[in-house]
Design a protein around this ligand. Structure first.
Ligand code: GLN
Length: 168
């Protein structure tokens, strides 16, 4: 509920389905409060569908879906392929010490452009079902926004959430 945003310092927009989250942001009257939260420098962490919501530009999206523009990146929705092309990968993450993180890309978006002021904390090398192997950004950050194209929570490793709480 919009009133529940009062006093919130760190907001996570989770994975799921970005078109459904768009509809819910509108129907719950959260679109303006969350847009204002981002514009006011509130800390945001978007994972998978949440990354799509926070991006400035969406390729292969629905024309009416929300791109909050909280972080200057372009993403291609479902860019790694279909649901059956979902995969796990071990990623080295800038700012996360110790062993690589094992994370799950579940019908994830592909970052196709990173704007000025955005840094890439981790990348993934992927053999696309349509052909060709590429290294693409998997975690990006700006001053107040962290985004990951994967789900960091389903493999039981909370180090990225810790990074979000400790450095934003
Ligand atoms: N494919 C979904 C979308 O477009 C994202 C999938 C996910 O969050 N696991 O929103």
């Amino acid at each position: 509920m919009p009133a529940e945003l009062k006093g919130v310092t760190h907001l996570v927009i989770p994975g799921g389905e970005s078109t459904a989250i768009s509809l819910l942001l509108r129907s719950s009257e959260l679109l303006k409060p969350v847009t204002d939260f981002a514009a006011g420098g509130g800390a945001l962490f978007g994972t998978c569908a949440g990354m799509i919501i926070l991006a400035s530009e969406i390729m292969d999206g629905r024309p009416d879906q929300v791109a909050l523009g909280a972080i200057d990146i372009t993403v291609r929705r479902n860019g790694f392929g279909r649901q059956v092309n979902s995969f796990e990968a071990d990623l080295r993450v800038d700012g996360v010490a110790g062993r690589p993180m094992t994370v799950a890309f579940i019908r994830a978006p592909v970052v196709t452009r990173v704007g000025p002021g955005v840094s890439v904390l981790a990348s993934v090398t992927y053999e696309f079902p349509t052909g060709g192997t590429q290294e693409v950004p998997a975690i990006c950050r700006s001053k107040n926004v962290l985004v990951s194209s994967f789900h960091p929570e389903v493999t039981g490793d909370d180090r990225l959430h810790k990074l979000f709480l400790e450095s934003f």
